[in-house]
Design a protein around this ligand. Structure first.
Ligand code: SIN
Length: 485
C-alpha cells in the first residue's frame, strides 16, 4: 500500500508553494492531471499584488473589500494583506526574478480598482510562467504527472487519500494529509481563459461528499479576452495593459465605458465586463482594446508575451487594435475552509488556491490578488498540517471504484452542451428563467448514462446554478436581471 505523509493535488502556485514549505524529511507527493505547466498559474500574465509597505496595508485591504462588494471575510483579507510583505521577502530571498528598473528597483504596475501601483510582475507580462518555473525548480518533493484524481477516500470525517488514474491505471494513494490545490472550474464555460485541465472535478467530489462550497454564484469574467480562436483556452489580454493606459473602444473609436462608470477602463472587472457585454448587446458593435497610445519599443519590452502571441495570429501590436469579449476567468467561490485551509468537519483534508473559498475575494476578486492568496494560504495550510497530531489509527479499506466508468460514449457532446449553456445562462448577465433552463439541463443530464468525470462537472455546475438562483439581487460578479428589464 502506497502511503504518504502529504499528497498535494495540483501543481500550480498553491501546490508548489505548499510543497516548498514541507520539510524534505516528509514523504510528500505532488500530483497533477497532465503536464505540470497545464495550470492557471502558468497562464497568469499581470502579476502578484503585495502591499507596498506597512502604510499601504489598509489601502490594499480597502481596495480588496470594495472590489469584493464587502462580501469578503474581513479577517481573511487582513491576513492576506499583512502577510504579503513577508511573502515578497520570502520570494525575493529564494531568488524569484521580478522585473526591476535599470537601477535595480522593483517595478510595480497598476491594474483596475487598485488605488496604487502595487503589482509585481516578471518577464514583462509572463508573471505566472516565471513564478511557476521558479517554484518547480525549488520544489524538493516528488511531482507525479498524468495523475487524474477522481475520488477522495473519506470515512467518518477523515480523509485517507485519493483514488486516481495514474498513467491511465486506477491507483489508490493513501496519505495522512491531502491538500487540494486543483484550481477552479474554467472548463465549465464555453469562453474561458483557463488551462484545459481545470475542470471542477474535485469541487464535484466535494459536493458528492457533502463538503460545503460557498460563493459559487460569484464567477469572475475577465473583460479583455480575444475569443476568436478555435482553442478551448481563449487569449487573455492582461489588465496591466489598461493599468498602463490602454483604452477600450467601439468600432468608431468611442470610449463608451465612461457611460457606465466614471473610472472608465479602471473600474473593477465585474463592471467593465458587464459594460462590454451590455454595449455589444445593445449596439451590435464590435469592441476593441486599443494600444495605439504606446510607443512601440516600450510596448514590446513591457508586453513581450502578448506581442509574440498576437503577432503569430496576424496582429501587430501596439499598432493594431484587437477585438475583445469578456470570458470566464476565475472562481471567487469554492470549497469552504478556515484561514488555515482546514475544511470544517473534516480531518486530514485542506484546500488552498483558486479551489478554496477563504472569503478573501468576496463577490469579485481584485486584480492580481489570486497568486497572492494562493501562496499565503498554501503556506498557512502547511502550518496546519505540520501542527496537527499524527493519525495512527487503522486505515479503512475503500472498495468502491469507478475506473471503467470515468468516460461514457456521449459525454463529449453533453460537455459541449454544458459549456454553451453555462456561458449563455449562467454567465455575465443572468435571468431566473435562464438559470432554471440550465438547472433542468444539468439534472436531466445527470440522469443519463454518463461517466464519472462528467458527473463531477455537473455536480459543480449545479452548485453554481443553485447559488445563483438563491441570490435574487445582483452583487459583485453575480448579476441577475429582473424578467421585465
Ligand atoms: C490579468 O493579468 O489581467 C489577470 C490578472 C488576474 O487575474 O488577477
Amino acid at each position: 500500500m502506497k502511503r504518504y505523509d502529504v499528497i498535494i493535488v495540483g501543481a500550480g502556485i498553491a501546490g508548489l508553494y505548499a510543497a516548498m514549505h514541507l520539510p524534505e524529511s516528509m514523504k510528500v507527493l505532488v500530483v497533477c492531471k497532465d503536464i505540470p505547466w497545464e495550470c492557471n498559474t502558468f497562464y497568469a500574465q499581470g502579476g502578484i499584488v503585495t502591499a507596498l509597505n506597512e502604510a499601504d496595508i489598509p489601502h490594499h485591504i480597502e481596495d480588496t473589500l470594495a472590489a469584493g462588494a464587502y462580501h469578503n471575510v474581513r479577517e481573511a483579507v487582513e491576513i492576506l494583506s499583512r502577510e504579503s510583505l513577508e511573502l515578497r521577502e520570502d520570494l525575493l530571498r529564494r531568488g524569484m526574478p521580478f522585473d526591476r528598473s535599470e537601477t535595480g528597483e522593483l517595478l510595480y504596475t497598476k491594474e483596475a480598482a487598485h488605488s496604487a501601483s502595487r503589482i509585481l510582475h516578471a518577464g514583462g507580462d509572463a508573471t505566472g510562467r516565471y513564478m511557476h518555473y521558479f517554484m518547480m525548480t525549488r520544489n524538493p518533493h516528488l511531482l507525479q504527472r498524468n495523475t487524474l484524481v477522481y475520488d477522495l477516500l473519506i470515512e467518518n470525517g477523515r480523509c485517507y487519500g485519493v483514488r486516481a488514474m495514474v498513467n491511465y491505471r486506477p491507483t489508490t494513494l493513501y496519505a495522512d494529509h491531502v491538500l487540494i490545490a486543483s484550481g477552479g472550474i474554467g472548463s465549465l464555460y464555453a469562453y474561458n481563459t483557463n488551462s484545459r485541465t481545470v475542470s471542477a472535478d474535485i469541487h464535484g467530489i466535494c459536493v458528492e461528499k457533502g463538503i460545503t462550497l460557498a460563493d459559487m454564484e460569484f464567477m469572475q469574467f475577465h473583460p479583455t479576452v480575444f475569443v476568436k480562436t478555435p482553442f478551448a483556452r481563449k487569449l487573455l489580454l492582461t489588465e496591466a495593459l489598461r493599468g498602463e493606459g490602454a483604452y477600450i473602444v467601439d468600432e468608431d473609436g468611442k470610449r463608451f465605458l465612461f457611460d457606465y462608470d466614471p473610472r472608465g477602463e479602471l473600474a473593477s472587472r465585474d463592471i467593465v465586463s458587464r459594460a462590454i457585454f451590455d454595449y455589444k448587446r445593445k449596439t451590435g458593435k464590435e469592441v476593441y482594446l486599443d494600444f495605439s497610445m504606446f510607443e512601440e519599443e516600450w510596448f514590446h519590452r513591457r508586453f513581450p508575451n502578448i506581442t509574440k502571441t498576437f503577432e503569430a495570429i496576424g496582429y501587430h501590436l501596439p499598432k493594431d487594435r484587437v477585438p475583445i469579449s469578456p470570458a470566464f476567468h476565475y472562481a471567487n467561490g469554492g470549497i469552504v475552509c478556515d484561514t488555515y485551509g482546514r475544511i470544517p468537519g473534516m480531518k486530514g483534508l485542506y484546500v488552498a488556491g483558486e479551489a478554496a473559498r477563504t472569503g478573501v475575494h468576496g463577490a469579485n476578486r481584485l486584480a492580481s490578488n489570486s497568486l497572492l492568496e494562493a501562496a499565503i494560504y498554501a503556506r498557512r495550510a502547511v502550518e496546519a498540517i505540520l501542527g496537527s497530531p499524527i493519525h495512527d489509527g487503522p486505515v479503512p479499506r475503500f472498495e468502491k471504484d469507478y475506473d471503467t466508468q470515468l468516460h461514457k460514449e456521449h459525454d463529449k457532446s453533453y460537455k459541449h452542451q454544458l459549456r454553451q449553456i453555462m456561458w449563455k445562462d449562467v454567465g455575465i448577465i443572468r435571468t431566473e428563467a435562464g438559470l432554471h433552463e440550465a438547472k433542468n439541463f444539468i439534472y436531466d443530464t445527470k440522469n443519463r448514462e454518463i461517466g464519472r468525470l462528467l458527473e463531477l462537472r455537473l455536480n459543480t455546475a449545479a452548485a453554481i446554478v443553485e447559488a445563483a438562483l438563491a441570490r435574487k439581487e445582483p452583487l459583485g460578479s453575480h448579476y441577475i436581471e429582473s424578467e421585465e428589464s
